[in-house]
Design a protein around this ligand. Structure first.
Ligand SMILES: NC(=O)c1ccc[n+]([C@@H]2O[C@H](COP(=O)([O-])OP(=O)(O)OC[C@H]3O[C@@H](n4cnc5c(N)ncnc54)[C@H](O)[C@@H]3O)[C@@H](O)[C@H]2O)c1
Length: 269
């Protein structure tokens, strides 16, 4: 169901790799709600992904940008305002990658070159994106910037590896930049802490199947899907949440506040 929540709003959506991506679902929903946007992803991901299909479907243009490269980001911001014909109302940062996870390095046996790269891609990139938008004065007042995160930033999940530390940094950046973006530009900045979701990034986590089933059984409302995450993100892009900023918002069916559930208890009786 569409409500025209984002009619006239313009944005940038990072991270749509394939139809499972949370960013993909968000782009489809933003389009349905009347928003227009530029799609972006790392040049290498574009060759592997199906982003052209999404661009066609949503009438969007694609501007490639490696989120660790300032030149790419500045170019993306300049091109996006040009393509969209004005300043930007919403930005989705939906980017994550751990080289240690990809190469199967345990948390107790990190390769720090890998850690550095993963941090740059998954966490510092959020600072970079916001600095580029801020310096170019590219955001409209009452605009909204959202990044996606996971609860491993607060609690230990052994197989989440160094992504846990990257997410803790990402959430901190939302608060730190959120202060300046709020004060200086009346723009809000939040992170959404999403349930485990079967996407390329999600499935890369060791033991993901156990992880997602456990979360499903622990959450009173069950896990939140990628589409439900997209819906929640839209509310943060809309004018209905103007004073919500510098928050980490759990979108996890209640998992984060559940000590134990009946279903999980039953495994032990
Ligand atoms: N899937 C889950 O279980 C889950 C749970 C909570 C939060 N998240 C977060 O949601 C976000 C989106 O992930 P997803 O699950 O949709 O997976 P995904 O693999 O579909 O998306 C990750 C995206 O990051 C992009 N990316 C990687 N390196 C990049 C770079 N250098 N520059 C620009 N983009 C780059 C990839 O190309 C890809 O499009 C991530 O921040 C992820 O950590 C995922």
């Amino acid at each position: 169901m569409a409500y025209n929540l984002l009619k006239g709003k313009k944005g940038i959506i990072f991270g749509a790799l394939d139809e499972n991506s949370i960013a993909w679902k968000t782009a489809e929903r933003v389009h349905e709600e009347g928003g227009t946007f530029v799609l972006t992803n790392a040049p290498i991901a574009m060759r592997m992904g199906q982003i052209n299909e999404l661009a066609e479907k949503t009438g969007s243009e694609i501007v490639p940008a490696d989120a660790t490269n300032m030149e790419d980001l500045d170019n993306l911001v300049a091109k996006s305002t040009e393509i969209l014909g004005g300043k930007i109302d919403f930005v989705l940062h939906s980017i994550g990658m751990s080289v240690n996870v990809r190469k199967g390095r345990a948390y107790t046996d990190q390769n720090y070159e890998y850690s550095h790269k993963g941090w740059d891609v998954s966490a510092l990139s959020f600072q970079r994106v916001m600095q580029s938008l801020y310096k170019a004065d590219a955001m409209n007042e009452w605009g909204s910037i959202v990044a996606l995160t996971y609860m491993a930033a607060q609690r230990s999940f052994p197989d989440y590896n160094d992504m846990a530390d990257n997410k803790a940094y990402l959430e901190s950046v939302a608060r730190s930049f959120g202060y300046f973006f709020g004060k200086d530009k009346k723009v809000r900045v939040n992170t959404i802490s999403q349930s485990p979701t079967p996407t390329t990034a999600g499935l890369g986590v060791k033991g993901f199947n156990g992880f997602i089933s456990y979360a499903e059984k622990m959450s009173p409302l069950g896990n939140a899907s990628a589409l439900e995450c997209a819906d929640y993100t839209l509310t943060l892009f809309s004018d209905l949440t103007k004073k919500v900023t510098m928050q980490n918002l759990f979108h996890d069916g209640g998992f984060s506040n559940t000590g134990v559930s009946q279903e999980v208890m039953e495994h032990f009786v």
